[in-house]
Design a protein around this ligand. Sequence first.
Ligand code: NAP
Length: 248
Amino acid sequence: MKRFKGKTALVTGAGRGIGFEIARQLAAEGANVAVTDISEDLAKESAGKIQAETGARTFFLAQDVSKESDCENAVSKTIETFGSLDILVNNAGITRDNLVLRMKEKDFEDVLAVNLKGPFLMAKASFKHMSRKRYGKIINISSVVGQAGQAGQANYSASKAGLIGLTKSLAREFCKRNVNVNAVAPGFIETKMTENLDQKAREEILGNIPLERLGKPEDVAKAVLFLASEESAYITGQILAVNGGIYI
Ligand code: NAP
């Protein structure tokens, strides 16, 4: 029995990487999936691939999660297309790494706008519908560096730590309407975001991972699917670490 048959999910930043894999696994387990990304071409390509592979219904949309009108449009188009929105995965995220003394104000603001304001805007737009239905699952993709901090990533780690606070507050506000809000905090995962790590940094990171490998998008997607499923009905406001033990 497919766990998400009859359910509709929206995944932001699903054009590639972790978001693509989350959308793919949700579709493989029967969900209708709205694939959104800032790049329309990537969103289109991904939605097409997922539909061809899984036979699920998908649609694609260009969406910048830092813009309120784009968020409202993504939610209303999803409901127009599939009749509902049950699962929201706030996955879109960016990095603009630098040491604090070299970090530009704009690099700080841009990262906060996408990684933290985006999930707030998406949760707000989705809750209007989920509240009426008295059903919803919201999963935010945070990061181990939001829990542990990271030199060179003051903007990114602040945004991901903020997302943990947002997750807990949304969980408290939305629970009366049966909307669960949780976060997944991945460690170092093999995607385009981490492909530019030089060999030395990669070896250093690997040396600190008790499970002795970088994570894969599949590892993160499995945790997200658990939090999107009925198996986690009594879990809200929690941060599930998927990090190979690098931060315990
Ligand atoms: P990725 O490969 O860079 O994919 C992120 C996707 O989001 C890209 O397609 C990107 O499009 C899109 N995006 C960027 N800005 C956007 C915006 N304003 N609105 C909508 N979409 C936007 O990253 P990933 O590694 O899969 O990461 C996915 C999530 O996991 C992020 O939140 C990231 O912070 C988090 N995470 C990743 C790791 C890791 O090790 N990879 C670890 C912990 C947490 P463009 O490329 O065209 O900008």
